[in-house]
Design a protein around this ligand. Structure first.
Ligand SMILES: Cc1cc2nc3c(=O)[nH]c(=O)nc-3n(C[C@H](O)[C@H](O)[C@H](O)COP(=O)(O)OP(=O)(O)OC[C@H]3O[C@@H](n4cnc5c(N)ncnc54)[C@H](O)[C@@H]3O)c2cc1C
Length: 488
C-alpha cells in the first residue's frame, strides 16, 4: 500500500489523525516576524438600549435571561447558535443534580436542593414527555442519587417558549465580538450578525458564554487552564436501550443504572453504563477514541448521548487548534458508531442521528471573580453569608463527596467579575481548583447561577447600582420569591 493510501485509511479509522490534522493547522499558521496587518476603518454602528444584556444563551444564560425578563428588566440575550440550551443539550449525559447525594449516606435526608426556575423548567419538560424528572438511581448510588435525563430537542423548544413568555429580546445567530468599557464600568457590547454590527448599551451585563468572551473583551483577568478533554457527543438512533441492558448484563458489566419514564411508560431503563467490560478489543478501541459507554435516554430506540473525548494539544480558545480537534473528534464519532454496531447485538442498523454543532468544552477561560470557591468549601459543605443557592453534587464522587451528603453554597461574590462594576460571570468559567470545578461546572449549578445573576443584574439595573452596591437582603428576598432554596 502506498504511504498516502495508508494514511488515508488510518485517518478514516481515527488512528494517527492527531498528527495529520495538527500538521495541517501548523502549516497554515503565521510564522513569527512575518505577520501582516490591516487597519479597519472606523464605522458608525446602530445603537440599542437594554436594562440587562446576557451574552450566551446556553445552560446558565437561558436561566439568567428568564430571571431578568420575568422580573421586568428589558432584557437582551445574545446567542451565537440558532437555539438556546448550550452544553446541557449538546454534551451531557444527565442533568446533575437537583438533589443532595442522599443515597450514599446512611440516614441522610432526601432534599431537593436546587429549585427555582431550573426545577420549574424540568417539571414542564417532564410533563411534555421530554424528561425523566427525578427517578432514583439503582446502581451508581454513591455517584448520584437521581437521574434527570432529557430530550435535547424538546428542551430547545421549551427554552424558546419560556424566553418569549418572559419577553426577552432573543438575538440568536448573533456573536458577541466586543465590549465598550469606561472607568471600570461596562457601557455596552458589540455584536455581529447577518444584519451587521451593532452596539448594545445596558446597565448590567452577564457573561454566560462558557468561554468568558465578554469578560475577556471587557479586560477582566483570566487564565486558560486547559485542564480537561473536549468532547463531541452524538445521539444514536435505531439502537434499543433494552438491548444495551441485555448486552451489559450478559457480560456482567452493568455499571450505573436507573429506571424511569421512557416513551410514555414508567419503570424503563433511562440510564446505563458499562463497567469492566470483558471484551478487551472493544475496551481498547473505545479507550483509543475516548469513548464513554454511559448513556441516558427518554425514548425506546435512542441513546441520547455517546461521548468521544479528546484532549486538544493546544487550547480551546485558539481557532486553529479547535478546527483540528473538530476534525479529529468527528472521526472518533464515526469509529465509535462502528464499534457499537459491530459489538452490540441489536445495534447493527443503528445510526448517528444528532451531533453537537461544535465541540463541547469543559472549561474555556477561567474568570477572576471576587471570591474563588475552594475545594475545601465544597467538600466541607461550607455555606456563606451571601449564598445565592445550595448545591450538592460532585462529579468526582465517591472520591470527593460533599460532607455527609449535604450541600455547600455558591456565594454572590463568586459571581462578581473582579475589577468591573456591573459584570457577572455565570457557568463553567468560575472556580479555579479543578476538584472544586468538578462540582460547580455541572449543569444544575450553572442553571442556578443563571437565575442568581439574572436576578441580581435586574435589581442593579432597576436601582442603577454596581454589583457590589446591591444589598444582599434584597437579592435573597428576590431569589426566595423565585423559589430558590436556601439552607439557612
Ligand atoms: C462533553 C461534556 C459532557 C458533560 N456532561 C455533563 C453531565 O452529564 N451532567 C452535567 O450536569 N454536566 C455535564 N457537563 C458540564 C455542563 O454541561 C457544563 O459545564 C455546563 O452546561 C456549562 O454551561 P455554561 O452555561 O457555562 O456554558 P454553555 O452551556 O456552553 O453555554 C454557553 C453559550 O454561549 C454561547 N456563546 C459562546 N460564545 C459566544 C459569543 N461570543 N457570542 C454569543 N454566544 C456565545 C454558546 O453558543 C453557548 O450556547 C458536561 C460538559 C461537557 C463539555
Amino acid at each position: 500500500m502506498k504511504r498516502r493510501e495508508f494514511s488515508k485509511l488510518m485517518v478514516a479509522l481515527g488512528v494517527g489523525a492527531k498528527t495529520t490534522f495538527a500538521e495541517q493547522s501548523k502549516e497554515s499558521s503565521i510564522q513569527p516576524g512575518k505577520a501582516e496587518y490591516y487597519t479597519e476603518p472606523a464605522k458608525k454602528l446602530p445603537v440599542r438600549h437594554f436594562d440587562v444584556v446576557i451574552a450566551g444563551g446556553g445552560t446558565a444564560g437561558l436561566f439568567a435571561a428568564i430571571a431578568a425578563g420575568r422580573q421586568g428588566a428589558k432584557t437582551m440575550l445574545i446567542e451565537s447558535k440558532g437555539y438556546c440550551g448550550g452544553i446541557a443539550v449538546e454534551g451531557g449525559t444527565a442533568i446533575h443534580s437537583f438533589y443532595n447525594l442522599y443515597t450514599a449516606f446512611e440516614n441522610c435526608p432526601k432534599v431537593q436542593v436546587v429549585r427555582g426556575f431550573p426545577a420549574e423548567f424540568i417539571d414542564t419538560l417532564t410533563a411534555m414527555g421530554g424528561c425523566t424528572g427525578y427517578p432514583e438511581m439503582e446502581r451508581g448510588r454513591e455517584y448520584d442519587s437521581i437521574c434527570t435525563a432529557i430530550d435535547t430537542e424538546l428542551y430547545k423548544i421549551l427554552a424558546f417558549r419560556l424566553l418569549k413568555e418572559a419577553d426577552v429580546f432573543v438575538a440568536v445567530n448573533t456573536m458577541l465580538t466586543g465590549a465598550i468599557v469606561k472607568d471600570s464600568r461596562l457601557r455596552g457590547v458589540i455584536t455581529e450578525s447577518r444584519s451587521g454590527r451593532e452596539a448594545i448599551m445596558a446597565k448590567s451585563f452577564i457573561d454566560c458564554t462558557g468561554y468568558g468572551d465578554l469578560c475577556a473583551h471587557a479586560g477582566a483577568e483570566f487564565e486558560v487552564p486547559n485542564d480537561y478533554a473536549s468532547c463531541n457527543s452524538f445521539g444514536f438512533a435505531n439502537a434499543s436501550i433494552d438491548d444495551y441492558y441485555e448486552f451489559l448484563k450478559s457480560h456482567d458489566a452493568l455499571g450505573q443504572m436507573c429506571r424511569g419514564p421512557r416513551s410514555g411508560e414508567e419503570n424503563k431503563f433511562v440510564r446505563m453504563g458499562a463497567e469492566q467490560l470483558d471484551i478487551p478489543e472493544l475496551r481498547e478501541e473505545a479507550e483509543k477514541i475516548g469513548m464513554s459507554m454511559v448513556t441516558t435516554t427518554v425514548h425506546d430506540n435512542y441513546l441520547m448521548y455517546i461521548k468521544c473525548n479528546y484532549k486538544i494539544p493546544g487550547t480551546v480558545v485558539n481557532r486553529d487548534d479547535v478546527a483540528a480537534a473538530e476534525m479529529e473528534i468527528r472521526d472518533r464519532m464515526a469509529r465509535a458508531a462502528e464499534l457499537l454496531r459491530e459489538y452490540i447485538p441489536g445495534f447493527e442498523k443503528a445510526f448517528i442521528a444528532r451531533t453537537s454543532p461544535s465541540l463541547c468544552i469543559r472549561r474555556g477561560r477561567l474568570i477572576k471573580c471576587d471570591y474563588d470557591i475552594a475545594h475545601e468549601d465544597v467538600i466541607n459543605g461550607r455555606h456563606f453569608d451571601d449564598d445565592t443557592f445550595a448545591y450538592g453534587f460532585h462529579d468526582m464522587a465517591p472520591k470527593y463527596q460533599i460532607k455527609d451528603g449535604g450541600t455547600y453554597g455558591i456565594p454572590y461574590r463568586a459571581l462578581c467579575v473582579k475589577g468591573i462594576e456591573n459584570l457577572y460571570a455565570a457557568g463553567m468559567m468560575i472556580t479555579s481548583d479543578h476538584r472544586a470545578h468538578m462540582s460547580t461546572r455541572n449543569t444544575v449549578s450553572c442553571m442556578a447561577q443563571g437565575q442568581a445573576t439574572g436576578t441580581a443584574a435586574t435589581l442593579c439595573a432597576q436601582k442603577n447600582l454596581g454589583s457590589r452596591d446591591l444589598k444582599y437582603s434584597d437579592l435573597k428576598a428576590a431569589l426566595l420569591k423565585g423559589n430558590v432554596y436556601f439552607v439557612s
